[in-house]
Design a protein around this ligand. Structure first.
Ligand code: TTP
Ligand code: MG
Length: 350
């Protein structure tokens, strides 16, 4: 049976919150951030977009393009507050929620005995009622197509992509709409005369591996509407870890500590993004003779910061015998919890 995946993305999020909080701004070109000479625009209302203003544009440029724009300071705490209300609406429906950013998520509603269109309308109505904001919704049978659909009729859009719409719905799209094809790759494709998915569809599979490397197979499938990626619910995550096989075996503790520092930084960012806290830190090693050892430590309180994770990992490393040599080092945190108020920190990291 096909899955029912919904992708949701609030329209002009920061700007929409500002307008909601100050209705006099309605219909005006509102620009959040970029007010100072050196700042950049976070986002702007659709009215301001008509003048060519967009996210990440330097403030001085936004002022040139839209001199009568209303520049407002960034009020992160307020956007976090609204975001939490929005995510609560998703979590009330299902635990299968994968947050992508402060205003964007996938939800998997396959198990809900209701049409995805009805669910989408319900979510839009709830968000309007509780926050006064509009959200664009895409519905399909996989993540790629659902995300493509949510962008289809922005703002306040709703769009379903069904199997029978393929491949014609994808053919005219520019290649940068494909998950995994960013700016640089689009540019490389442009140089060989490929602009659209239709043109990409004509290439043989071998060419994909050659051109896109590791992602070749994935991209070959995705442009044919095949995408098996699951909606990764953060609440079902049991552990988060990183590991690497070293170029050469080593007994150098300080060298290994550098890896732990990098992993700790990475893991901490990931925890904060997902609003997760951990109680257990585990260091894993594989020795030159391929034996795997893990050593963990569980503490009484929850942690998520780089310092806390790194210090524990570093202490654990001190207790590990590095002879005859280490060929792989890893760091994992587990015993996770999803504290509502900590969901906040996910947004702090933006
Ligand atoms: P987006 O969803 O990318 O943008 P948006 O919601 O403002 O507009 P739309 O979805 O209708 O196209 O990002 C969500 C928020 O994240 C955005 O309101 C502000 C913030 N943001 C930045 O601060 N800097 C950025 O470069 C981007 C892209 C977003
Ligand atoms: Mg948005």
């Amino acid at each position: 049976m096909d899955r029912k995946i919904i992708h949701l993305d609030v329209d002009a999020f920061f700007a929409a919150v500002e307008v909601k909080d100050n209705p006099k701004l309605k219909g005006k070109p509102v620009i959040v951030g970029g007010g100072s000479d050196r700042g950049v625009v976070c986002t702007c209302s659709y009215e301001a977009r008509k003048y060519g203003v967009h996210s990440a544009m330097p403030g001085f440029m936004a002022k040139q393009k839209c001199p009568h724009g209303i520049f407002l300071p960034v009020r992160h705490w307020r956007y976090q507050e609204v975001s939490r209300e929005i995510f609560r609406i998703f979590y009330d429906l299902t635990t299968k929620v994968e947050p992508l950013s402060i205003d964007e998520a996938y939800i998997d509603v396959t198990d809900i005995d209701e049409s995805p269109l009805k669910i989408a309308h319900f979510i839009k109505a709830q968000i309007m009622e509780k926050t006064g904001l509009t959200i664009s919704v895409g519905i399909s049978y996989n993540k790629f197509l659902a995300k493509l659909a949510s962008d289809w009729n922005k703002p306040d859009g709703i769009k379903i992509i069904t199997r029978n719409m393929l491949p014609h719905i994808l053919k005219p799209l520019p290649v940068n709409k494909v998950h995994g094809i960013g700016k640089k790759t689009s540019e490389r494709l442009r140089k060989i005369g490929i602009f659209t998915i239709e043109e990409l569809l004509q290439l043989p599979k071998e060419y994909f591996i050659e051109f896109f490397g590791n992602h070749g197979n994935e991209i070959y499938d995705i442009i044919r509407g095949i995408d098996h990626r699951q909606v990764k619910s953060t609440r079902e995550t049991k552990s988060i870890g990183r590991e690497t096989t070293l170029k050469e075996d080593t007994t150098n503790r300080e060298y290994l500590r550098k890896y732990l520092a990098e992993f700790a930084k990475n893991i901490s960012t990931s925890l904060n993004k997902k609003g997760i806290l951990a109680k257990t830190v585990t260091v894993k090693i594989k020795t030159s003779d391929f034996e795997i050892h893990t050593k963990g430590r569980t503490i009484h309180h929850h942690i998520a910061s780089y310092d806390q994770i790194y210090n524990l990992a570093s202490d654990i490393l001190d207790e590990i015998n590095l002879e005859p040599g280490i060929r792989l080092i890893g760091l994992t945190v587990s015993n996770l919890s999803y504290n509502e108020s900590q969901q906040l920190s996910f947004f702090d990291s933006l």
